[in-house]
Ligand binder design. Structure first.
Ligand SMILES: Cc1ncc(COP(=O)(O)O)c(C=O)c1O
Length: 443
C-alpha cells in the first residue's frame, strides 16, 4: 500500500471535528502527542478519518503485534464471537481459556509446571503478581526500579516510577514498596563504564536498601522490566538480570518479570528475559498478547500459584474472544513474526545507528528486535536531555506520515507491528532522519 500518503493538512477537517467533541467529554488525563484520528488499519498502515495514510511505528503503544486487523486474528475473533461472548472463566469453564493457559505453560520463560491467572490489562497482571507474591511468601516488601512503568491502578502505581505526574495527587502509595536504580548503561546510575561493568547498580539494592530500609527476608518480590519500556527503551547489561536472579534466589524472593511491553515476540524472542539467560518465577504479559483485544496474563510457577478459590479473580479476565485472539496471535508469532522482528529489527537498528554520523543530537540508539529507542541529547559529552527537541521530532514525524511515540524524558520509541517489512523500516528511518533534520536545522 502506498504509504505515507497525505492528502489534507493535519489534522484534516474530520479529525479536527472529532477532537473537538473528544475535548468536551473524554477524561482530561489522556496524553495525546499529536492529532491522529484512526479510521482503519491494515498491517503497519493506518488511515485517518480524512483519508491520510501513515506508517505506524507506534502500534497503539506496542499492542498491535500482528499488525492492524490481521485476517487470521479477525477470523478467530469472529468464530469465537459467533459461539459465545462471555461466560466468566472464574465461575465456569471454556476451552479457549484452558488452551491458552496450556500454551503459556509451554512458552513462559521458565522451566517446570506453571499456572496462569487471567485479567484484562497490564496493570491487572502486575496487581495479581504482587498479591500472589505477598500471599505465597507471607512477606510484604516489593522492590521495583526507578524509571519503571507497571501500570496505574493503586497497587501497580506504587511500583511505577516513570514520571512523577503519574503519582502526583494519588498518595500515599501502597506501603512496602522500595525503588532501586535500573541498569541504564548509557547513564550508569553508579558511574561505571560499560567495559568495566559488573552490574554494580545491584549493589545499591543489596548494600543500601536491604541494609537500611527493608530486611530481604521481608521482601516478597523483585518486579523488573527485562527492557525498560516507558522509561526510555533501556536495554540493561545481562549481568544486571543475572545478579538480580542470584540475589533473589539467595533470599527466597520471587523474581517477577514485567513483559507487558517487551514480551510476545517484540524483541525477537518470545520474552525479552530470554536474551539475558535468566529464568524468573513469574511473568506478567498484556499489550501484544491478543493483537489489540484486552487481556492481562500472570504466569507463575505452579507451586507459587496455589492460592485458594476466591483469593483473586476478575469477571472479564480471560474473556473467550480475547483468548481466541491471543491463540491466533501466538500461532502467528511462532510461525513467522518473532523471526521477522529479529531480522527487520536488526536492519532498522543498523540504519538508525548510521544516522548518528549525521545527527549529533542522537546520543544513543539501542534495542532488541522491534523494540528500539533513539535517545536525543543536546551534547554527547554532557548528555543533556533534548526533551523539547524529542517532542518536536515526534511531531515532525507525524507531519510527514510516520507515527512514533516518545519514551522516557528524551527518547523516541519505535515499536511497530511485528509484520513490518524491511522496505517499511527504511521508510520509517528516512522520515525520522528528515524529522530530526527539520528540528535541528541539519538535513
Ligand atoms: C512494562 C509495562 N507494564 C505495565 C503496563 C500497564 O499496562 P496497561 O496500560 O495495560 O495497564 C505498561 C503500559 O505501558 C507497561 O509498559
Amino acid at each position: 500500500m502506498d504509504v505515507p500518503k497525505l492528502i489534507t493538512p493535519l489534522p484534516g477537517p474530520k479529525a479536527k471535528a472529532l477532537i473537538e467533541r473528544d475535548a468536551k467529554v473524554v477524561s482530561t488525563s489522556y496524553t495525546r502527542d499529536y492529532p491522529f484520528v484512526i479510521a482503519r488499519g491494515e498491517g503497519c498502515v493506518v488511515e485517518d478519518v480524512d483519508g491520510n495514510r501513515f506508517l505506524d511505528c507506534a502500534a497503539g503503544i506496542a499492542v498491535n503485534s500482528t499488525g492492524h486487523s490481521h485476517p487470521q486474528v479477525v477470523q478467530a475473533i469472529v468464530d469465537q464471537a459467533q459461539k459465545f461472548l462471555h461466560m466468566s472463566g472464574t465461575d465456569f469453564y471454556y476451552e479457549p481459556q484452558v488452551r491458552l493457559a496450556e500454551t503459556f505453560a509451554e512458552i513462559a520463560p521458565f522451566d517446570g509446571p506453571k499456572r496462569t491467572f487471567f485479567g484484562n490489562s497490564g496493570t491487572e497482571a502486575n496487581e495479581a503478581a504482587v498479591k500472589l507474591a505477598r500471599y505465597s511468601t507471607k512477606r510484604y516488601g516489593v522492590i521495583a526500579f526507578l524509571g519503571s512503568f507497571h501500570g496505574r491502578t493503586m497497587g501497580s502505581l506504587a511500583l511505577t516510577s516513570s514520571r512523577a505526574i503519574q503519582r502526583k495527587g494519588f498518595g500515599p502509595p501502597l506501603s512496602g514498596t522500595y525503588h532501586t536504580p535500573y541498569a541504564n548503561c548509557y547513564r550508569c546510575p553508579v558511574g561505571r563504564k560499560p567495559e568495566s561493568c559488573a552490574a554494580e547498580c545491584v549493589d545499591y539494592l543489596e548494600e543500601q536498601i536491604f541494609v537500611h530500609l527493608v530486611s530481604p527476608d521481608e521482601v516478597a518480590a523483585v518486579v523488573v522490566e527485562p527492557i525498560q519500556g516507558e522509561g526510555g527503551y533501556v536495554v540493561p547489561a545481562a549481568a544486571f538480570h543475572q545478579r538480580l536472579r542470584e540475589l533473589t534466589k539467595k533470599h527466597g524472593i520471587l523474581l517477577v518479570c514485567d513483559e507487558v511491553q517487551s514480551g510476545m515476540g517484540r524483541t525477537g524472542k518470545m520474552f525479552a528475559i530470554e536474551h539475558f539467560g535468566v529464568q524468573p518465577d513469574m511473568v506478567t504479559i498484556a499489550k501484544g498478547v491478543a493483537s489489540g483485544l484486552p487481556l492481562g496474563i500472570t504466569v507463575a510457577r505452579a507451586d507459587v500459584m496455589s492460592w485458594p478459590p476466591g483469593a483473586h479473580a476478575s469477571t472479564f479476565g480471560g474473556n473467550p474472544v480475547a483468548c481466541a485472539a491471543s491463540l491466533a496471535t501466538i500461532d502467528l508469532l511462532r510461525s513467522a513474526l518473532i523471526g521477522n522482528a529479529a531480522e527487520v529489527g536488526a536492519h532498522m537498528l543498523d540504519l538508525l545507528k548510521g544516522l548518528m554520523d549525521k545527527h549529533a543530537i542522537i546520543g544513543d540508539v539501542r534495542g532488541k528486535g522491534l523494540m528500539i529507542g533513539v535517545e536525543l541529547v543536546r551534547d554527547r559529552q554532557t548528555k543533556e536531555r533534548a526533551t523539547e527537541e524529542r517532542n518536536k521530532v515526534v511531531d515532525e514525524c507525524f507531519r510527514r506520515g510516520l507515527l512514533v511515540l516518545g519514551a522516557g524524558r528524551n527518547a523516541v520509541r519505535l515499536s511497530p507491528p511485528l509484520v513490518l517489512t524491511k522496505p517499511q523500516a527504511e521508510v520509517a528511518v528516512r522520515i525520522l532522519d528528515e524529522a530530526i533534520g527539520a528540528v535541528t536545522g541539519r538535513s
